[in-house]
Design a protein around this ligand. Structure first.
Ligand code: 5GP
Length: 178
């Protein structure tokens, strides 16, 4: 799998250290608010686990699934599966995402969730590609800003592969062009 990468951009140590900083910021900002972390499957599962392990205040967790990508291209057509979420009325929700790209996926999810009476709704994303944004969306808690390159690892996939890499790296173009 390593041979499919052009370069490693973020080591496991860097990812864990930055995630700890985000967890500390959230623990400070949400003290006494019992936040509900909602992870967006599947990409956010490793980041969500690492983040929540380091949050030091009472909190709850849930997951939703969303998809807009096929291969390395967004389809622009977002679908979200929100069955099984708890009642969101009056809840302080933190949406946990692997990567903010065009912002179309999270804009759609934010609309769906805020229509359910949330007290507040913020975004925590491991990676952010601001140059690709097509919406006004901003992450309040962002791990790393990255250039417009297709990255995999630490939950991020290419056609369901590479999610298990403990680091993040750029995929060689010949892998997704073949
Ligand atoms: P958006 O709706 O913001 O364009 O896309 C968000 C989703 O696209 C992410 O949750 C992720 O699944 C996928 N995505 C965007 N950029 C990348 C990338 O560089 N690598 C991978 N693996 N997925 C990406």
């Amino acid at each position: 799998m390593l041979q499919d990468l052009l370069k490693i951009t973020h080591t496991e140590e860097q990812l864990k250290a930055r995630t700890c900083e985000l967890a500390a910021d959230i623990s400070r900002d949400y003290a006494d608010k019992n936040p509900l972390f909602i992870g967006v499957l599947k990409g956010a599962y490793i980041f969500m686990a690492e983040l929540c392990k380091n949050v030091t205040i009472p909190c709850e967790m849930a997951f939703i699934s969303a998809s807009s990508y096929r291969g390395t291209q967004t389809t622009g057509c977002v679908s979200a599966q929100t069955d099984g979420l708890p009642d969101l009325t009056g809840r302080h929700v933190i949406l946990v995402e692997d990567i903010l790209d065009t912002g179309l996926t999270l804009s759609h999810i934010c609309k769906v969730l805020s229509s359910r009476g949330t007290a507040s709704l913020e975004i925590c994303s491991m990676m952010d590609k601001p140059s690709r944004r097509k919406t006004e969306l901003k992450g309040k808690y962002v791990g790393f800003e990255i250039p417009d390159e297709f990255v995999v690892g630490y939950g991020l996939d290419f056609n369901e592969k590479y999610r298990n890499l403990p680091f993040v790296g750029v995929l060689k173009p010949e892998v997704y062009e073949s």
